[in-house]
Design a protein around this ligand. Structure first.
Ligand code: FAD
Length: 812
């Protein structure tokens, strides 16, 4: 849509940034409505202290922050005092090394410094209390209100209008599309596009149009001290902050200067979710509805910890304070996207000032060009599973996100609550085997099985080594998983593949639809299985799919998650195609390993010899009396099948396969073994190794793009694409004990050139294998260095796949 008529609800930092970004792209018919006065509207932006720390575990969020800094500097709305995060515990000091790694991976300048250097930067610090700090010179203070005003003024010059005291009470639609909004006074504004940039009010607005916006308004304490002698300065600009913004995350605290006073933000208190209906009644007519009275008791530990770190506070006290409201989400990330059932209604919510301009730019690109240039899947409105849309889930997990906002969170850390929302029919059996469950997509997924512990000793006796791990990498891990991986390659193992998202795509238009939507040729015979990709208009990888043709007009599609359903439904024609999520009603066991055929064949009604049942074929048959769909595919790179059945037959299927497996010493194996085996085989994981930011050839999945078939979504962009600057490569670590976990920077000849995506220990080669994005001309055999916490590991770029390049294991 090149020149839509746009209404933005909310003139906070997000609404004003978006108006600026849209008008800068020539879209000048933009009206921004706010319930409050302009521009101190009473929303979160009005009193945001504006600290911007750019470095984040998410590459996307870091990019959003980097752009925000760059833009606000240009608007003279940023005080680039630098950012300093200090460690008072050994765990935090190690974690700051990890953070420094992210900064290097995402291209943000920073350095680790000792306590004296920290104190030199921030003289209020007691150097004896800290172990070191991470300093980022380009971080600083966003002057949020000034940035909002400056962006609004620019937008107004380009034709936008801003109206205060205009509360939107209704979103208008006609013929299934947005056509405008109505305000509390009954005034109507026409629009092709309505964007809710209403901050923590966004969930309420979403509900009006039947949309779950999973955010929780949460109160957070912010206090200003009285005068601090050490901060006193005279003369022009004395009020302008000079010290770096400071984080003391071991005690959930952050600080900034306000003239000769210190501002203190505190996340260490209990989560304080705000009940919106009560808030709206209690703050009706108030100029600052996002500010609640300060609750002194909650701040007591924060003050004590502050006085310890910054002894100069000793004689001061809190003089001005409030509990400010802003949004938290189940995974701590923003929410962006268009309402699928009401085209034209968009949301951009749960956005910090830190990320505001980056989010706004991506939104403008998305609205006007059809896709943002940055990969935004982590922030996509449709990333949540169905149970995750329940009020209970949203409240519990968003409260947890508040608690963890400054915590050291392990990359494999999984939710501890809510749990058991989705369990496969094999769950009871898995518990009997001592499964250690991780949560993912609300599913309970066995990571490894204690029942396999004796295999560790057995394999060690046979000469296999199980390298010791450091404290960090041994969390959420057991050496049993390495034994399970080895056992799979030597014998046979059962993997619970139930959580793998799958859809049934059916109807007379099903084949044409999948042909148009994906890159490979799926119009093959019944029984064919095809690995294929979904691309966006610009040729970026939206997902990878395994498509099994089960009939002329019937396909089973293995996908990655809710975003795939969203993408398919957005592109499915109105008639002739039905897309149905069959994940919960079905289940799947992967039976893989050299003895897989020996195990399955006696149970199976059909001939499953290599000749009769070839690789990448599907068959509907029976295992015992259980009706199954078998697919001869293997994400772990072994002989075997994914065996699907409906949920009611699941337990029986498990029991049949387990009983038959005794003879071959079959085991149940978990996700960590699975991940290790797929890394060995060169198989990519969408969302981690490749995203919409990458094109197929660069990501090493160019083989899934058919040169012979006709047009498909994204083809035009691929046809004109230039050679990629970076490609995804496999690296193998030189030291058998080296382990990395993902996102670490990778250097060549002393300069950071890329970053790790995923990694795992390979039982087959006896070393860790990782994928890394590296310059396209990096040759096989190149030595690279990977920074991991406080150390570096050398590794070698390896030809792919590292294991079984001839596919001999799969095709036996
Ligand atoms: C105490 C505190 C400290 C913070 N510190 C930082 C920090 O240091 N760094 C950082 O990056 N972030 C910080 N934040 C978070 C940050 O302030 C917010 O995330 C950000 O300001 C949200 O911007 P927004 O534009 O989405 O929302 P808002 O600024 O709340 O704007 C939303 C606007 O929508 C309007 N609106 C709502 N409903 C309607 C309706 N129906 N009709 C018309 N208008 C409507 C509201 O009046 C409001 O003006 C802090 C927040 C708080 C509370």
């Amino acid at each position: 849509m090149s020149q839509p008529k746009v209404v933005i609800i909310g003139a906070g930092i997000v609404g004003t940034s978006l108006a600026d970004e849209l008008t800068a792209r020539g879209c000048s018919d933009v009206t921004v409505l706010d319930r409050g006065p302009l521009f101190a509207t009473g929303g979160s932006t009005s009193h945001a202290p504006g600290l911007v720390f750019q470095t984040n575990g998410s590459k996307t969020m870091s990019e959003f922050a980097r752009y925000t800094v760059q833009k606000f500097v240009g608007l003279d709305a940023f005080n680039q005092v630098g950012g300093l995060e200090v460690a008072t515990t050994d765990a935090r000091w190690t974690d700051l090394h990890r953070k420094y790694g992210w900064a290097q991976s995402w291209g943000i300048q920073g350095e680790l410094i000792d306590p004296q250097q920290c104190q030199a930067l921030h003289p209020l610090l007691d150097a004896d209390r800290i172990l070191g700090g991470f300093h980022t010179p380009s971080d600083g203070l966003a002057k949020a209100l000034r940035a909002a005003t400056a962006q609004a003024e620019r937008a107004i010059e380009r034709g936008a209008r801003f109206l205060g005291h205009h509360e939107v009470v209704d979103v208008l639609d006609r013929g299934g599309r947005v056509v405008g909004v109505r305000t509390a006074t009954g005034e109507e504004f026409d629009a092709d596009v309505v964007v809710s940039a209403a901050g923590f009010w966004g969930a309420q607005l979403g509900a009006r149009v039947g949309l779950t916006v999973p955010l929780v308004p949460m109160a957070h304490q912010y206090a200003k001290t009285g005068q601090v002698a050490e901060l006193r300065r005279d003369g022009v600009g004395a009020d302008e902050a000079r010290l770096p913004i400071l984080r003391h995350q071991d005690q959930d605290l952050y600080y900034r200067e306000h003239g000769d006073r210190l501002g203190i933000g505190y996340y260490g208190h209990r989560p304080m979710p705000v009940e919106m209906t009560t808030l709206l009644t209690e703050t009706a007519g108030e100029p600052m509805p996002s500010m609640l009275p300060f609750t002194d008791d909650d701040f007591t530990p924060g003050w004590a910890a502050s006085a310890e770190l910054l002894p100069a506070l000793g004689d001061s006290k809190v003089e001005e304070a409030f509990n400010g409201i802003f949004s938290f989400t189940p995974d701590g990330l923003s929410i962006m996207g268009e309402h699928r059932d009401l085209p034209g209604f968009w949301v951009a919510e749960a956005v910090w000032v830190t990320h505001s301009a980056g989010v706004a730019r991506a939104m403008a690109e998305w609205i006007l060009d059809g896709a943002p240039a940055t990969d935004v899947h982590e922030c996509d409105l449709y990333r949540f599973e169905e149970p995750a849309k329940s009020p209970e889930f949203i409240l519990k997990t968003s409260s947890q996100a508040f608690v963890e906002v400054y915590d050291i969170v392990h990359p494999h850390q999984y939710r501890t609550e809510p749990r058991d929302l989705r369990v496969s029919p094999f769950h009871a059996r898995q518990r009997e085997l001592g499964a250690h469950f991780f949560e993912g997509g609300c599913w309970e997924r066995p990571a490894w099985y204690e029942a396999n512990a004796p295999l560790v000793a057995e394999l060690a006796e046979a000469g296999m080594t199980f390298p010791d791990r450091d404290d960090w990498s041994s969390r959420f891990y057991s050496p049993i998983s390495i034994a399970e991986a080895r056992w799979t390659r030597e014998h046979v193992a059962l993997y619970d593949m139930t959580p793998l998202t799958r859809y049934e795509v059916s109807g007379p238009g099903a084949c044409a639809f999948l042909q148009q939507l994906t890159t490979n040729n799926v119009d093959k015979s019944t029984g064919s299985v095809t690995y294929t990709l979904m691309l966006d208009e610009s040729g970026g990888i939206r997902s990878d799919l395994t498509v099994a043709r089960l009939g002329d007009n019937l396909f089973q599609v293995g996908a990655n998650g809710p975003l795939d359903m969203d993408w398919m439904l957005r592109h499915a024609p109105a008639d002739g195609v039905t897309v149905r999520d069959i994940t919960g009603g079905t289940c799947c066991i992967g039976v893989w390993g050299p003895r897989a055929r020996d195990l399955v064949a006696p149970l199976c009604a059909a001939d499953i010899s290599h000749q009769a049942f070839g690789y990448f074929r599907a068959l509907q048959t029976f295992i015992g009396s259980v009706p199954v769909t078998m697919m001869r595919v293997s994400y772990v790179g072994e002989l075997g099948w994914e065996i699907y059945t409906s949920a009611e037959h699941g337990a029986k299927l498990w029991d049949l396969l387990s009983a038959a497996g005794h003879r071959y010493r079959a085991i149940a194996a978990g996700r960590i073994a699975f991940n290790s085996l797929r890394l060995e085989k060169g198989y990519r994981s969408w969302g981690t190794d490749m995203t919409a930011e990458h094109r197929p050839a660069a990501a090493g999945v160019g083989f899934a793009v058919s040169a012979k078939k006709g047009d498909f979504l994204g083809k035009a962009a691929l046809d004109t694409a230039s050679a990629p600057a970076k490609v995804l490569r496999s690296i193998v670590f030189d030291d058998p004990a080296a382990v990395v976990l993902g996102k670490e920077p990778v250097s060549i000849d002393g300069a950071v050139q890329g970053y790790v995506t995923s990694a795992g220990y390979s039982a087959t080669v006896g070393r860790s294998i990782a994928y890394a994005w590296l310059p396209a001309d990096t040759a096989v055999g190149t030595t690279v260095s990977v920074a991991y916490l406080r150390t570096h590991f050398s590794a070698t770029v390896h030809a792919e796949p590292v294991v079984d390049p001839d596919m001999a294991l799969i095709r036996r």
